[in-house]
Design a protein around this ligand. Sequence first.
Ligand code: SF4
Length: 171
Amino acid sequence: MQKILVSRCLLGQRVRYDGGAHGPFGLLERWQQQGRIVPLCPEVAGGLPTPRAPAEIAGGQGAQVLDGHLPVLTIEGEDVTAAFVDGAEQACALVARHAIRIALLKARSPSCGNRENYDGTFSGTKVVGEGVTAAALRRIGVQVFSEEELPAAEAALMALEHGTSGTIDLG
Ligand code: SF4
């Protein structure tokens, strides 16, 4: 059975920077019952506390952080790059351990965002980009979806499981 890496905050676990969580999501509850989910909060795994100061990446590019070109800074100016990179490395280790090829991560997070991110000005401005963990996972070939793409994530999972190209057999 294919497993899937999922952001802990999408599972109702209160690990968000502000102590909040998201969900419930019916699909995730089903995957949990099936034993498919490998949960991770990269920021907490990297050693950051909850609650914690919000953090952003200038330009929203997690790949630039991985390459050492940009830091992750909190709104107070603290450099939390090491914790973010540590969390991303733990995500990659979990993926290798469980032969995971799909992740479902929280949209627009500086760790987990897969398509958009905030631009580093703490003004709510969104840019095309991705979080540090999402970038690291993508580099090793993991398909990264967000909670806004649940049907696509399920289709990709079923395609992997059934060895098809992405179509779901509804029969
Ligand atoms: Fe943790 Fe990612 Fe959720 Fe942020 S978005 S709380 S890093 S799991």
